[in-house]
Design a protein around this ligand. Structure first.
Ligand code: HSE
Length: 428
C-alpha cells in the first residue's frame, strides 16, 4: 500500500462535513483514483459539540486552525473556514510557511489576497488549489488551467451566483417584487450571512476575478472590477425585457484587449432562448470562449454540500497524485498587472424610456441616437399610460461613450418623464 496522503480540515460547516462524509463513503474509489489512501489526521471548527452526523473517532481535534495548518503530520491543509481576513488567511499563511499544500473554497480571500498568497505558495514549493471557490461543483478552474491551457481565451462569462439567479427567476415566474422574493430566498437559507455578498454582486465578482486571472494571465484584480447588484431590478424591468425576448440575469463578463482588462458583474439582458437565458433557479453556467476552441459551456450546481465537497475532494486527489499546477495556471510571478478598462467590446443596449405625449418626441429620441452614431435595432411603444408613453429600444452594438451621449441628449431635450434606464445585452 502506498503511503497515505494526510490532511487536516479546518471548518466543518456544510462543505467541511460533506468532504469528511464523501471521504468515508467513497474511500475505495478515492484510494483507487489517488493511488493511495487519504487520511484525515485532524480537524478544527468553531464548536466541538455540534452534531454533524459524522463520526470523528480517530481524528484529532484542534482548537486553532493556525496550529492545525502547521501540524508536522499533515501533508495538505484544507481551508473551509471562509472570509477574506482573519483565521482563514492566518492559517493559509501558516500552512505555506510549514510547507503544506493547500486546498481551499475561499473565493473572497483569493480574490483579495490571491496574488501574494500564490507567490508565497510557489516560492515555498507547495501547491494551492481552489476548484470549489468558483461555481461549486462545476469544473471550471480545471477546464481553464488544464484543458484550455493551449488556447487563447477571448472571453469568460457566466451566471455565477445561484441566489441572484433564483431571485430573478422567481420574480419572473411569480410576478412578485424583489423584496418579496428576497424574503423567500432568505427563508430558504439561500443567502450568505451577509446578503450583500450575493445580491450586491460581490460573490460573483470574486469568482470572475479568479477566472479572469487564469484566462488572461493577469494578476487577480478584484478592485478593478465594475460591480452592480440586482437590488434595483424591478418586476417591470423583467416583464418588459421578457416582452422583447430577453431575460434579466446577473452576468459576469471579462474580456481582454490591447487597451486593458474588462471585468464586470452586473444585471444584463440575455436572449431568453440562449444558454445563459435558460439557466433557471440556483443553477450556474460558465462560458469559456477560446480562440480555437470556440465557446465551451459548463453548467451545473454552483453551491450545495455535495457539489462543493466533490470539487474539494478532486483537488485533494490531484495533490495525492503528485500533480503540481501553478495556482493561477502559470507561475504567479509571471502574471501581468491588469489595466482595468470599462469596455473592451461594443455591445447592444436595451433602453427603457417614458416619453411625454406630444408630437415629435420620437423624432427627438431617434435624432439623439442618430447624432451619437447609434443605430436602432428594435423599438416598441406601449400606448400611453397617464399621458406618458413607455418606449423600449434595442440598439445595435455601440460603445458606452456613444450611449451616454445619446442618453444625455434625451435628458436635456425634456422629452423623457423619467431618467432613461439602459441595460447591456450580452449574447453568446
Ligand atoms: N452564495 C453563492 C451562490 C454560493 O448563491 O451562488 C457560494 O458562492
Amino acid at each position: 500500500m502506498n503511503k497515505p496522503l494526510v490532511i487536516g480540515v479546518a471548518g466543518l460547516g456544510t462543505v467541511g462535513a460533506g468532504v469528511l462524509q464523501m471521504l468515508e463513503d467513497n474511500a475505495d474509489l478515492v484510494t483507487g483514483r489517488a493511488g493511495r489512501p487519504i487520511r484525515v489526521a485532524a480537524v478544527c471548527a468553531r464548536s466541538r459539540n455540534k452534531d454533524r452526523g459524522l463520526s470523528l473517532s480517530g481524528i484529532d481535534w484542534e482548537q486553532d486552525p493556525v496550529r492545525l495548518a502547521a501540524r508536522p503530520d499533515i501533508d495538505v491543509f484544507v481551508e473551509l473556514i471562509g472570509g477574506e481576513e482573519g483565521p482563514a488567511k492566518q492559517a493559509i499563511e501558516a500552512a505555506i510557511r510549514a510547507g503544506k499544500s493547500i486546498v481551499t473554497a475561499n473565493k473572497a480571500l483569493l480574490a483579495v489576497h490571491g496574488n501574494g498568497i500564490a507567490v508565497a505558495a510557489e516560492a515555498a514549493g507547495v501547491t494551492l488549489r481552489f476548484e470549489a471557490a468558483v461555481a461549486g461543483g462545476i469544473p471550471v478552474v480545471k477546464s481553464l488551467t488544464e484543458s484550455l491551457a493551449g488556447d487563447r481565451v477571448l472571453r469568460v462569462m457566466g451566471v455565477m451566483n445561484g441566489t441572484c439567479n433564483y431571485i430573478l427567476t422567481r420574480m419572473e415566474s411569480t410576478g412578485k417584487s424583489y423584496g418579496e422574493i428576497f424574503a423567500e430566498a432568505e427563508g430558504l437559507g439561500y443567502l450568505e450571512a451577509d446578503p450583500t455578498l450575493d445580491v450586491g454582486g460581490i460573490d460573483a465578482g470574486h469568482k470572475l476575478a479568479l477566472l479572469a486571472s487564469i484566462a488572461f494571465g493577469t494578476k487577480v484584480d478584484f478592485k478593478g472590477m465594475e460591480i452592480e447588484g440586482i437590488e434595483r431590478i424591478s418586476i417591470g424591468d423583467i416583464e418588459q425585457a421578457g416582452d422583447m425576448g430577453y431575460r434579466v440575469k446577473l452576468v459576469c463578463v471579462s474580456r481582454i484587449s490591447d487597451q486593458g482588462l474588462e471585468q464586470r458583474t452586473q444585471p444584463c439582458l440575455v436572449p431568453a432562448n440562449s444558454p445563459l437565458g435558460q439557466v433557471e433557479d440556483a443553477t450556474n453556467i460558465v462560458v469559456l470562449e477560446g480562440e480555437r476552441t470556440g465557446p465551451v459551456f459548463l453548467r451545473g450546481a454552483g453551491a450545495g454540500q455535495g457539489p462543493t465537497a466533490s470539487a474539494v475532494l478532486g483537488d485533494i486527489i490531484d495533490i495525492a497524485r503528485g500533480r503540481k499546477i501553478s495556482t493561477f495556471g502559470q507561475p504567479a510571478d509571471t502574471l501581468r498587472p491588469a489595466k482595468p478598462i470599462r469596455v473592451a467590446a461594443m455591445v447592444p443596449y436595451y433602453v427603457r424610456l417614458l416619453l411625454v405625449d406630444r408630437p415629435g418626441v420620437l423624432a427627438t429620441v431617434a435624432a439623439a441616437f442618430g447624432d451619437a452614431g447609434i443605430s436602432i435595432n428594435r423599438l416598441r411603444q406601449y400606448g400611453h399610460a397617464d399621458k406618458a408613453a413607455p418606449v423600449l429600444i434595442v440598439t445595435h452594438p455601440t460603445g458606452r461613450t456613444e450611449l451616454s451621449q445619446a442618453l444625455d441628449a434625451i435628458r436635456s431635450s425634456g422629452v423623457s418623464v423619467n431618467d432613461p434606464v439602459a441595460i447591456r445585452i450580452e449574447e453568446v
